[in-house]
Every structure is written in structure tokens, then in C-alpha cells.
Design a protein. Sequence first.
Length: 277
Amino acid sequence: MTEDANYLEVNRANWDARAPLHAASPDYRLDAFRADPAHLSDVARFDLPRLGDIAGLRAVHLQCHIGTDTLSLHRLGAHVTGLDFSPASLAEARRLAADVGAAIDFVEADVHLAAEVLEPGSFDLVYTGIGAIGWLPRIRPWAAAAAALLKPGGRFFMREGHPLMWTLDESDEQRVTTRYGYFEHDEPLVFDSAETYVETTGTIAATRTMEWNHGLAETVQALLDEGLQLEAFAEHDSVPWLALPGHMTGPGPDGEFRMRGDRPRLPLTWTLQARKL
């Protein structure tokens, strides 16, 4: 099967089904956001030493899901907009923001259309959600959309699952083995699963997903070709979900999972910072 034209509909149905389960999950800790006005997501806390002071910046969070990281950026002082293609996810994000009195704009759109539904060249910071680009068939159109939102001198910040990690067989709990290709590929990886990556009391009704891997150099070069200048790059030995059952310990105090001591120490995520020339 070649790239399926309805991948957006397939994946949107899956994320719409996940949204209420994620909002109710103790792993997303929405109650903590409501109870403590200083609470930040584990993802944002991990990013903070590299993200630095963002107070007063106009920021956009691409593929924001239910808005916990978006709200965290708001609490760090940014004037933030969240964008996602899942109406159910945005309903949860808007509900959370309203509950805590946070003035956040949430926009429903495919990320490729971000510069059409938002003002291009107007953002100081483009921040992309972790685990986001694997849902996209091609990395270059995504890079073009993200870069188009930045004003000159604006900063791009992303943390993402490492493409090496995405090659590993998550179903083999005995051995660390590769199963999927590393580089961008035409045909989607089609999965059918009622489970998700956080603790829930229910199962996903729309079980089918279509996913792609993108090599590290493919992603970095796509951003450079859009006029971004690389400022910092890091690889991490941790990931904020149980990506490889049977091979990991966690979560640690930082909310991250790491490979067991008797397993290879592998890069699991990476962070890139770049600036628009």
C-alpha cells in the first residue's frame, strides 16, 4: 500500500478516541494543573533548562494534543497558541485552560496548514509536541510550515523520539531488536491497537493508525533548508513514556523512562534548537 490519502482521517479518529482517556489518565495529571497554579508538565520541566526564559514571547505549540504542555508554556510566561488536528483533543485542552483561567487560543487544523490558519512570520517561538512527526508522511512540508510561522530571529524548539528508538520492536520484551526502517519511507506503518501510552481505564475505539519514521539527518536538513540556523542539538537516554516494555525502568522523578542497567544505553529522544535567519 502506498501513502494513503486518508491518513489524516484515520489518525484523527484515533486521537479523538484517545483524548478523553488521556484527560482522565493520572499520567497527564490534569488535577494537578487545576490544584496548583505553578504546576508544569513533566515534558515542559525536562525542556526548561534548554528552553530558558520565554516570558513575553509569542509562541505556538504545534500538535498540542490536550494542551498540558501548552498550558505549561503559558505558565512560563509565553503568549501561546495551541494547534492540533483533533477536535476532541482541543475540547479537552480548552476545558483545562478554562478551568484554570488561562488565556490560550486553540486552533483546529492539520499542522501542514499552520501558516494558512495562523499569521505567518509572527511568532517568536515555535514549539512542537514530542512524538509528533511520526504521524506525518513527509518531513519537508512539515518543516516548511513550522519555519513559515517564525518571525526573523524567531526560535524553533523541538524534542522528539529518536529515530533509532522507532526502529526497535516494542513487542519483544526479551531482546532489543530492530523491526522497522530508520529512514523516511513511502508506505505507512499501519498498526491496530486499542491501547495507548498512558494508564487508562478504557480502550481506544478507533484502533487503526498510520505512522512513518524520519531519519535524524532528514529532519535536521529539512529545517536548515527552510532558512533555520542550528543553535543547539542534544541526544537523551530517556523518553517520557514506556516506549520499550520489559527493557526500561521508570518513571523517575523527572517523569522519564530509561533503559535497564543490563540493556544497551541508547539514544531515546533528541532536542533541537534553531533560529530563523
